[in-house]
Design a protein around this ligand. Structure first.
Ligand code: BV8
Length: 235
């Protein structure tokens, strides 16, 4: 912990890169634990979060997101979100589609995989989008512009990441001298490649995770424990 504190103190530009573990203590199940979350036990997120999965059963996939929207609406930011939000100098890159960093007051948040607060038309040639009320999520419905399905404006497996978010993330990673890697198994690409990108230009990597991850080999410091306990103390 002392080495991590020293790296942070000496840093000019700190970036955080987070995954589902950042929101776990708020009560949002991680992808790895998704199977333990009641009704969705028998479903694999890697099957549901795909164009094929959606087209095979649009109402099932849409209901998965409606349940997740209601779950997110019921929870609140945990001490890890709040600690990051209070460090207004930190640029936060997240794989999470929840809005807990925003709700904690974080000013700089880059959502690599979109957010759950918007629906968009599933047709790549139609650009219709619609904000949704996560407290009272709408049902599966058709696009008023073109008649295709509306679906959550998130990045599914096999889909490209939003260009603006990716460019902003690469820019932040290129400038950082400390990267905080928080609550991610670091197995999904190209997002996880940002850790190697930071490491390769000499940034110091501090990992905060309840267990080792695919990024452990890149860590200058690996702090094993809960983000909600470590981050307030660390930053
Ligand atoms: C794409 C949004 C191509 C939806 C998500 C190489 C290069 C490029 C692509 C690939 C590649 N190899 C394979 C691919 C394909 C694929 C991929 O990476 N597959 C994986 C499975 C191997 N990637 C893609 O498909 C990407 N798109 O490549 O497009 C392309 C190119 C050109 C043109 C067209 C297409 C898109 C990937 C994005 C998918 N969408 N989310 C939704 O949420 O519903 S991914 C989703 O899963 C998350 O966003 C996140 O990225 C990932 C889950 O990972 P984590 O967040 O890390 O969560 P996890 O549960 O795994 O781990 C939690 C961690 O927290 C654990 O380590 C645990 O120990 C820790 N923890 C738990 N509690 C705590 C804690 N830590 C601290 N404190 C705690 N309390």
């Amino acid at each position: 912990m002392d080495k991590a504190r020293q790296l942070i103190q000496d840093a000019d530009c700190i970036v955080s890169f987070s995954g589902a573990g950042l929101s776990a203590e708020s009560g949002i199940p991680t992808f790895r634990d998704a199977g333990t979350d009641g009704f969705w036990t028998n479903y694999d997120p890697q099957q549901l979060a795909t164009q094929e999965g959606f087209l095979a059963d649009p109402s099932l996939v849409y209901r998965w997101y409606s349940d997740r929207r209601q779950g997110i609406a019921k929870v609140k930011p945990n001490p890890a979100h709040i600690a990051l939000a209070q460090r207004t100098d930190i640029i936060n890159i997240t794989q999470n589609i929840d809005d807990l960093l925003h709700r904690a007051g974080a000013q700089q948040v880059i959502h690599l995989h979109g957010t759950i607060k918007t629906d968009k038309c599933n047709s790549s040639s139609c650009h219709y989008t619609e904000d949704v009320d996560v407290n009272n999520p709408p049902e599966l419905r058709r696009c008023p512009m073109c008649g295709d399905w509306l679906r959550p404006d998130v990045v599914w497996f096999g889909e490209m990441l939003p260009m603006a978010a990716w460019a902003a993330a690469e820019n932040a990673i290129g400038r950082c001298d400390v990267l905080l890697v928080i609550g991610t198994s670091a197995e999904v690409y190209p997002a996880a490649g940002l850790i190697q990108m930071a490491h390769s230009h000499g940034a110091r990597i501090i990992i905060i995770n309840t267990e080792p991850s695919a990024a452990s080999g890149l860590a200058d410091v690996e702090l094993i424990g809960k983000a909600g306990e470590i981050l307030p103390d660390l930053i």
